[in-house]
Design a protein around this ligand. Structure first.
Ligand SMILES: Cc1cc2nc3c(=O)[nH]c(=O)nc-3n(C[C@H](O)[C@H](O)[C@H](O)COP(=O)(O)OP(=O)(O)OC[C@H]3O[C@@H](n4cnc5c(N)ncnc54)[C@H](O)[C@@H]3O)c2cc1C
Length: 399
């Protein structure tokens, strides 16, 4: 019987884990090792683009790529993991419960928003997953049919992190395309911080403030949200803002499947892993992407829940799991470079380098970098075996 590497999730981390494991087993002629990806859809969903219009287009097919690289795909959703018997249970495409065994398991099930605020579940939108972003897009388009009112023309974005800022700065042009140039639209970011972009470097904050001002995006700072209902948002000080469109961008947590692995997790539910991305205290289970709490360097930095980290974590974990079964030395995960490229709608974008977020370019120049990243760099490689394997090498240059 073949040895089984089972990867849960076909996102950035899961896809690259599969390609990297396939590359190493191929280099060592180990046809006795089978690599399987299990996920609901055989496609890479490009989450970093979900704040843009046309969200249904932001998914790339994976079956041709998996076919040429010898990766097996199972359509299903994992619901139970038993690390003692090395088995998982999943619901297949026909919704039957099926069991699968593994020799090595890679957790790559990503993250999701948790709508914990009162009323959020019923009344808020988000751009976290393809289905929910598509729901928001349909809602925005339908605003044109509603009678003109302050509530119709006001969109509230809860949370001023990267996703909130990218969405809010994109919304003025999206709303004008739907409601017309003369409609008095308002886009408001609610954040509990006392300054806009409070968790970023001073330089980056300056750019965010300037772009927000020029685009007319308002920041309502020191805001604690009390609740959301069909009329809008109420703050802790009982201030009420009327809006038919409240969008959540805060409260991201790792996939709840991580709770089934007996191991230490960080406050976002990510599994603590060692330098080879093996879950600490587990011998057959590895974690990658948004479900892994991994050290990136010797300076005390850790991978963030970003695609930038998920891609490299995927390449390293696939390599190391295959190395484990082949019996060769694994590679310690290292990702010293850290960049950010934040879209700022019609204003342009901002590109920074380093953990201290030094601004390197802005406006149109940074926008070109952003487009190159989100429209090309993060997409799957071509379905050509040699090209895919070259790209999957964890030591190949990235950013
Ligand atoms: C709006 C938005 C903007 C973003 N912008 C940026 C950006 O500009 N730059 C950046 O670096 N990052 C950005 N990110 C973050 C980035 O998208 C994530 O960090 C990245 O997708 C994580 O990759 P992943 O493979 O760990 O998880 P995901 O991409 O979420 O993939 C998870 C996979 O697991 C599957 N799965 C989930 N549950 C199960 C289950 N029970 N059984 C089987 N399979 C399952 C899913 O279907 C999916 O295939 C953004 C995210 C969002 C939502």
């Amino acid at each position: 019987m073949k040895e089984q590497i089972l990867i849960l999730g076909a996102g950035f981390a899961g896809m690259w884990a599969a390609l990297s494991a396939a590359r190493l087993t191929s280099l060592h002629d180990r046809t006795d090792i089978e690599i399987t990806v299990l996920a609901p859809q055989p496609e890479l969903r490009i989450r970093p683009r979900f704040y843009e219009a046309g969200v249904e287009n932001f998914a790339a097919p994976l079956l041709p790529l998996f076919a040429v690289t010898g990766v097996k795909f199972i359509s299903g959703s994992a619901s139970e993991i038993d690390t003692a018997s090395q088995q998982i249970w999943y619901h297949n495409a026909q919704d039957q419960l099926v069991v699968a065994r593994y020799d090595r398991l890679i957790m790559a099930t990503g993250s999701h928003i948790t709508p914990v605020l009162p009323g959020a579940q019923e009344f808020a939108f988000d751009v976290d997953q393809l289905e929910s972003a598509a729901r928001l897009e349909r809602h925005l388009a339908a605003l044109a049919e509603q009678p003109d009112s302050a509530a119709r023309n006001t969109v509230i974005v809860c949370g001023g992190g990267f996703t909130g800022i990218e969405l809010a700065t994109e919304l003025p042009s999206r709303l004008r395309a739907i409601l017309g140039d003369t409609t008095p639209i308002r886009v408001i970011i609610l954040d509990r911080s006392p300054v806009a972009g409070g968790r970023y470097s001073e330089q980056l904050r300056g750019v965010i403030e300037q772009a927000s001002e020029e685009l007319g995006v308002e920041w309502l700072l020191n805001s604690e949200i009390k609740g959301i209902d069909e009329t809008g948002v109420t703050l802790q000080d009982n201030q009420h803002i009327a809006s038919n469109t409240v969008i959540l961008t805060l409260g991201v947590q790792a996939s709840t499947l991580t709770q089934q692995i007996p191991a230490q997790r960080d406050p976002q539910g990510r599994l603590h892993v060692d330098q080879h991305l093996k879950v600490i205290g587990q011998n057959q289970v590895y974690a990658t992407g948004d479900v892994a709490f991994a050290s990136t360097d010797d300076q005390g930095n850790h991978a963030l829940m970003t695609c930038q980290h998920a891609i490299m974590l995927g390449r390293f974990v696939g390599h190391n799991v295959a190395a484990d079964l082949i019996g060769i030395a694994p590679l310690p995960y290292r990702q010293v470079n850290y960049v950010t490229c934040l879209d700022l709608g019609a204003w342009g974008a901002v590109y920074t380098e380093g953990w201290d977020q030094v601004v390197k370019s802005t406006r149109e120049e940074a926008k070109k970098i952003k487009v190159a990243i989100t429209n090309e760099l993060i997409y799957p490689p071509q379905a050509e075996r040699e090209l895919a394997f070259a790209a999957a090498d964890p030591l190949a240059p990235f950013v």
